[in-house]
Design a protein around this ligand. Structure first.
Ligand code: GLN
Length: 268
């Protein structure tokens, strides 16, 4: 007979994270997002497991609650595109069943319908998000601030972007937020990122999660709720994280208003 302790251990909510293509899709500190998720679980005594998926690995995606894919340049995206497509149906099913997902820049682009590079190469995506991306000549580089709305809760997100791809959301796609300063999805319509169920796409590198703790917790909670009944997360002392967030917000705002002043000056 099992002891009570064992029974409690077995039902203890555990977060299982799968980091997709960590060797190929990892720029501007994207790996730090996984570290932030792990630390925030450990600080709360939530058991957390991280596995990596590399090209050709045999992995059952249904055993995971939270997926992460970082950014990569067009070359790396070309390398992972076919492997990811073969797992497209499984990944879409996991998200349909409530698994959480965070995708950044190059990873985000591959989760849409297609990415046409600025050289004209077509990389078909897995259509998890109703959106498509086209490469442009001008790169969008700089700090970004976004007004986001997740599960009806508004907040700000801060990060850094560097992409040539312009992403256009289709009618079935909801943006992660509206750009306050920066370019976001395409530099034109003011949208940034995409949300579908508990799956997020964004252009924000950074790492993103250490200085956006509310977003990290949104992902952790949705990931846990995929398999367990969890009402909420214990609060953490996030004073430092919010200081980093505020500092990034102020810097981005200062750069943004300076940029606007220069543009006004140049236009006469
Ligand atoms: N290759 C893509 C682009 O430039 C993605 C770059 C990135 O992940 N930072 O649009």
């Amino acid at each position: 007979m099992k002891s009570d302790m064992t029974d409690k251990e077995e039902v203890r909510p555990t977060l299982r994270i799968l980091h997709l293509y960590p060797d190929l899709m990892n720029i501007y500190g994207d790996r730090g997002n996984v570290i932030a998720l792990v630390r925030r679980c450990q600080w709360r005594n939530i058991p957390v497991l991280v596995n990596e998926l590399n090209l050709g690995d045999e992995v059952d995606l249904s055993s995971y609650d939270l997926f992460f894919i970082g950014g990569g340049q067009d070359r790396e995206q070309t390398l992972v595109c076919e492997d990811l497509r073969q797992r497209g149906e499984e990944l879409r099913r996991a998200v349909e069943q409530g698994a959480a997902l965070l995708s950044v820049c190059g990873g985000y682009q591959l989760l849409g319908r297609e990415f046409v590079t600025w050289k004209g190469e077509v990389l078909p995506g897995i259509a998890l998000f109703d959106m498509r991306t086209e490469g442009g000549e001008k790169r969008f580089i700089g700090n970004v601030a976004v007004r986001s709305r997740l599960d009806g809760v508004s907040g700000t997100l801060v990060g850094f972007e560097n992409h040539s791809g312009r992403t256009w959301l289709g009618p079935g796609a909801k943006p992660l937020g509206k750009v306050i300063w920066g370019y976001g999805n395409n530099g034109e319509d003011g949208t940034e990122g995409c949300v579908y169920k508990a799956a997020l796409g964004t252009y924000l590198h950074g790492s993103l999660l250490p200085k956006n703790p509310h977003l990290a917790d949104w992902l952790i909670l949705h990931g846990l709720c995929h398999r367990y009944k969890v009402e909420g997360l214990d609060p953490l002392d996030d004073e430092l994280e919010w200081k980093a967030h505020e500092a990034a917000l102020k810097r981005t705002q200062a750069e943004g208003s300076l940029g606007a002043r220069i543009t006004t000056f140049l236009r006469g």
